[in-house]
Design a protein around this ligand. Structure first.
Ligand SMILES: NC(=O)C1=CN([C@@H]2O[C@H](COP(=O)(O)OP(=O)(O)OC[C@H]3O[C@@H](n4cnc5c(N)ncnc54)[C@H](OP(=O)(O)O)[C@@H]3O)[C@@H](O)[C@H]2O)C=CC1
Ligand SMILES: CC[C@H]1OC(C)=C(O)C1=O
Length: 331
């Protein structure tokens, strides 16, 4: 890049090769274990990009339970090599573009789940870093009505919610029960079922203090799982979206021919489980619903957590009582 274009890019606030550092700050673990294995380091190499990737200056990231389960070694058989920079969800600005990338340019504000397959060879260098490299097919432009922190809380959860609804062939006029309606995935499953797929009835479970939240997200029926048993409900459902690991109970509350999709835990037939696949085209499909305000990110009010407090954020995530998404911002 010539000096003049460098100065032009710098003036425009867009990084050039010369302004991209060789090293960055990132959260890393070199062994599997508890939150204590997480270390904040400042000498991690900025990832080199492949021709189909972009380099993102990370503005915000979000945590997912899979980050914790992966760090605990639960998926070590198919994991990428250690050391690991955790983090699937990212929102930031494109600062470098690979030679094969056509859809994105330097300066684009983007968001993504950085790992196409969550458990099979997830990115070794994820989003809890100042820079991360992502394939263009996993990226979408950030919705224009939400900030980076809100955008970072969407990708893996909204992709999971949408994939679960697609896999159960959920469609207009059908009824659905979402187990764990106040969680990261469930809070979006309620909204997508109602606003995108035209559910006739959305029911959701949550604890007492979160019943009003799930109603505000579109649940017609909010069930207090601390007081009620879903098997005592008078109605059965076309679909149960199990985001907590209660498949054995879920299959007892579906209609004849109904479906149960499980995100975690043991599966009882006819229930089935899947692992989310990242896809920028799905984010692009959902962007209009986000930009219209029909689908809203839910960010846990205890956050956003500053970059220096990622370990604290994981400790809170692992209580299994976060509301919506735990976001890390600014980075
Ligand atoms: N297969 C896949 O591809 C994916 C799997 N997952 C898995 O799905 C599960 C949900 O993920 P995510 O939404 O991010 O999780 P969260 O960490 O967001 O879930 C936290 C929520 O769980 C609620 N909760 C705890 N116990 C219960 C219960 N018995 N019934 C109803 N709600 C309960 C808590 O509510 P309260 O505080 O009121 O108890 C809290 O709001 C996780 O196990 C995750 O690993 C997630 C994404 C993808
Ligand atoms: C087998 C489910 C596993 O995959 C993801 C993405 C999780 O969060 C899990 O628990």
């Amino acid at each position: 890049i010539s000096a003049s274009s460098q100065s032009t890019s710098a003036a425009a606030g867009v990084a050039t090769d010369a302004s991209i550092p060789k090293e960055m700050k990132a959260w890393v673990y070199s062994e599997y274990g508890g939150v204590d294995v997480l270390k904040l380091k400042s000498n991690i190499a900025v990832p080199e990009i492949k021709e189909d990737q972009v380099l993102i200056k990370v503005v915000a990231a979000a945590l997912n339970p899979v980050d914790a389960k992966r760090r605990q070694g639960k998926f070590k058989a198919t994991d990428s090599p250690l050391p690991t920079v955790p983090g699937y969800d990212v929102a930031g600005v494109v600062v470098k573009v690979g030679s094969a990338v056509k859809e994105f340019k330097e300066g684009d504000e983007v968001y993504a789940n950085v790992s196409e397959k969550a458990l099979e060879g997830p990115k070794q260098f994820g989003s809890l870093a100042e820079y991360t490299a992502v394939e263009d097919k996993l990226l979408a432009l950030k919705p224009n009505n939400i900030d980076f922190a809100q955008a970072a809380g969407l990708p893996l959860a909204i992709l999971t919610a949408d994939e679960g609804l697609v896999r159960t062939e959920f469609s207009a006029g059908k009824s659905i029960l979402v187990l764990n309606g106040a969680g990261g995935v469930g809070s979006l499953a309620i909204q997508l079922a109602k606003q995108v797929y035209g559910a006739s009835t959305v029911a959701a479970t949550a604890s007492t203090e979160k019943l009003e939240l799930v109603r505000s997200l579109g649940a017609d029926l909010a069930i207090d799982y601390t007081k009620e048993d879903i098997e005592d409900l008078p109605e059965k459902f076309d679909v149960v979206f199990d985001a907590i690991g209660m498949c054995e109970k879920a299959v007892k509350v579906i209609k004849e021919g109904g479906k149960v999709v499980a995100l975690t835990g043991a599966v009882t037939p006819p229930g089935f489980r899947f692992v989310v696949t990242s896809n920028g085209e799905v984010l692009k499909k959902l962007n209009p619903y986000i930009e219209s305000g029909k689908v809203k990110p839910v960010v846990d009010p205890k956050g956003p957590f500053p970059f220096s407090r990622v370990a604290d954020a994981f400790s809170y995530l692992e209580t299994n009582h976060a509301t919506g998404k735990l976001v890390v911002y600014p980075i």
